[in-house]
Ligand binder design. Structure first.
Ligand code: PLP
Length: 430
C-alpha cells in the first residue's frame, strides 16, 4: 500500500510497519537484540560494504528504530530518518555531519539553552565555529556566510519569544550558496512541515511532543532528500571528498543508487558508528506509541493553548501574553505562513506585581507540573528567570526574551475548564 497520498493521521499509524513478517504482530515489536544472524559470508560482506542495506548491529540499526525512522520520514515527506539517543545527539550530529574543524555554521540566536551550549562551547572546542545571528533579519544569514560555512541552523518555534523562524526565506538564501537549512522542529511537529518551505534537514527532540507522555529521551534526524550535495562539491566537502573511515567512499556518489539519502546514511554509518548515541529499541517503541496520537494531540494542545492565551489576555494580573496567535505584523505573517492547523501548545506571559509574583504563581499551581520540559500531554509551567535562564546576566535574559515576571507554560491536553481553573486560582494567589 502506498502512503504517498495519505494524510498525517494515517501515516503515523501505518508507515514503516504493517505486520511483523514472522509473527503477524500488528504493533511494532520491540526487537531487543544487539546483533543479527548473517545468511552467509557473502551476505555479511555485502552488508558491511553497503552493497545491500540490512541489519548488522543495534548500535547502527535496529528494526524497531527502523519502523520509527520510516514513519517519521514519511510524516515529514523526507527521504529517510535516523533515530538517536536524545535531541542533543540529533542537533550535534546534524552539524558534525557537514562541518569539520575549521568550518563554520550560521545559527539563529533563538535556541534551546542546551543547543546554545553545544554550539557556543562544545562544537567550538571541536574547532567548529557557530556564528549566531538575529533571526528577525533573514539577510543576516547571508552576511555571516563565508567559504567555510557548511549549514544554517534554527528552531521553528523557539521559546521564550515564540516567534516563528522565517524558514522559507533563509532556506532560499542558503540554497543560493549551496548551504542546507537544518530546522529543529521539536516545538511544532504536524503543524509545521519544514521541507515544504525548503529546509533540507529536520532535527527533533522526540522527548517532547513526539513521545508526548514524558517517558523517554530520544532524538531524530530527518533527511529531506531535497538537497543536491553533488552540485556543491566545494561547499560541501564532507559529502564530496573520499572518507578514509569508509574505504575512501565519496558519500554523494556512492549512495546514489540507494536514493537521495547520502546525508543520513553518512550520519548513520560514520557518526552513529563512532560516537554511539543510539536510541534503544524500547524507547523507539515508546515514540511509536506517541506518534500514533501526535496529530490528535497537536490539535488538542493548540486549541487549549489558544483558549489559555485568550483567557490570560483579558486577566487583570497579566501584563502581556506571548503566543503566535496573538502576534501581529511580520511575526504573525511568518507564523501563519509556516504553521497550519494551530500554533502549538507553548505560551508565555508576564505577570503583574513584584519580582516574586512569578514564583508565587508557580508555587500556587495545583494541576500544572513545575518542570523543565515542554510538549508533555500534561500541562507544565516554569519561571525561566530563576531556573532555565538563571545563569544568564540580566542583559542576556532581556535579549533572550526573559524578564523576572515571565512565566512559560506548555499547555497540555486536559479539559480546558480544569486548566483555566488552575490558572485562575494560582493567579489569585500571585
Ligand atoms: N531542541 C529543543 C527545541 C528542545 O526543547 C530540547 C530539549 O528541551 C532539545 C532540542 C534537546 O532534546 P533532548 O532533551 O531530547 O536531548
Amino acid at each position: 500500500m502506498s502512503l504517498d497520498s495519505k494524510n498525517p493521521e494515517t501515516i503515523v499509524l501505518h508507515a514503516g510497519h504493517r505486520a511483523d513478517p514472522t509473527t503477524g504482530a500488528v504493533a511494532v515489536p520491540i526487537y531487543q537484540t544487539t546483533s543479527y544472524q548473517f545468511q552467509h559470508t557473502e551476505h555479511a560482506a555485502n552488508l558491511f560494504a553497503l552493497k545491500e542495506l540490512g541489519n548488522i548491529y543495534s548500535r547502527i540499526m535496529n528494526p524497531t528504530c527502523d519502523a520509527l525512522e520510516q514513519r517519521v520520514a514519511a510524516l515529514e515527506g523526507g527521504a529517510a530518518a535516523l533515530a538517536l539517543a536524545s535531541g542533543q545527539a540529533a542537533s550535534a550530529f546534524a552539524v558534525q555531519n557537514l562541518a569539520r574543524a575549521g568550518d563554520n555554521i550560521v545559527s539563529s540566536t533563538d535556541l534551546y539553552g542546551g543547543t546554545w551550549n553545544l554550539f557556543a562551547n562544545t562544537l567550538k572546542d571541536q574547532g567548529i565555529e557557530v556564528r549566531f545571528v538575529d533571526p528577525e533579519d533573514p539577510q543576516a544569514f547571508a552576511n555571516a556566510t563565508d567559504d567555510r560555512t557548511r549549514a544554517y541552523y534554527a528552531e521553528t518555534l523557539p521559546n521564550p519569544k515564540l516567534k516563528v523562524f522565517p524558514i522559507a526565506e533563509v532556506a532560499e538564501i542558503g540554497r543560493g550558496f549551496g548551504i542546507p537549512l537544518i530546522m529543529d522542529n521539536t516545538a511544532a511537529p504536524i503543524i509545521c512541515k519544514p521541507f515544504e518551505h525548503g529546509a533540507a534537514v529536520i532535527v527533533y527532540s522526540a522527548t517532547k511532543y513526539i513521545g508526548g507522555h514524558g517517558t523517554s529521551i530520544g532524538g531524530l534526524l530527518v533527511d529531506g532528500g531535497n538537497f543536491d550535495w553533488e552540485a556543491h562539491k566545494e561547499r560541501q566537502p564532507a559529502l564530496n571528498t573520499p572518507d578514509p573511515s569508509y574505504h575512501g567512499a565519496v558519500w554523494a556518489e556512492a549512495v546514489k543508487p540507494l536514493g537521495p539519502i547520502a546525508y543520513i546514511l553518512k550520519a548513520r554509518v560514520t557518526l552513529l558508528r563512532d560516537l554511539g548515541a543510539a536510541m534503544s529499541p524500547f524507547n523507539a517503541f515508546q515514540f511509536l506509541q506517541g506518534l500514533e496520537t501526535l496529530p490528535l494531540r497537536m490539535r488538542a494542545h493548540s486549541e487549549n493553548a489558544a483558549k489559555v492565551a485568550d483567557y490570560l489576555k483579558g486577566h487583570d494580573k497579566v501584563d502581556k501574553v506571548i503566543f503566535p496567535g496573538l502576534q501581529d505584523g511580520e511575526a504573525r505573517r511568518r507564523a501563519d505562513a509556516h504553521l497550519k492547523g494551530g500554533y502549538s501548545g507553548l505560551l508565555g506571559f508576564e505577570i503583574k506585581g513584584d519580582k516574586d509574583a512569578g514564583a508565587k504563581f508557580i508555587n500556587a499551581l495545583e494541576l500544572f507540573y513545575h518542570v523543565a520540559n515542554i510538549g508533555d500531554a500534561r500541562s507544565l509551567a516554569i519561571h525561566p528567570a530563576t531556573t532555565t535562564h538563571s545563569q544568564l546576566t540580566p542583559e542576556e535574559q532581556t535579549a533572550s526574551g526573559v524578564s523576572d515576571s515571565y512565566v512559560r507554560l506548555s499547555i497540555g491536553i486536559e479539559h480546558i475548564d480544569d486548566i483555566l481553573a488552575d490558572l485562575e486560582q494560582a493567579l489569585a494567589k500571585a
